[in-house]
Design a protein around this ligand. Structure first.
Ligand code: ZN
Length: 41
C-alpha cells in the first residue's frame, strides 16, 4: 500500500477522485491514501 497524505489534501475537494476514510485527505491518486474511498459525484 502506498503512503498516506495524513490529512493533507493535494487536490481541491471539488476535483479530487478519492478521499481517505481515515484521515480525510483528498486526492486524484488512489495510491496516495491509506483508506481510499472513491468519491461519487
Ligand atoms: Zn489516510
Amino acid at each position: 500500500m502506498g503512503k498516506c497524505l495524513k490529512g493533507k489534501s493535494e487536490s481541491q475537494k471539488s476535483d479530487a477522485k478519492y478521499v481517505c476514510k481515515k484521515c480525510k485527505a483528498y486526492t486524484t491518486e488512489k495510491s496516495h491514501l491509506c483508506k481510499p474511498e472513491k468519491i461519487k459525484k
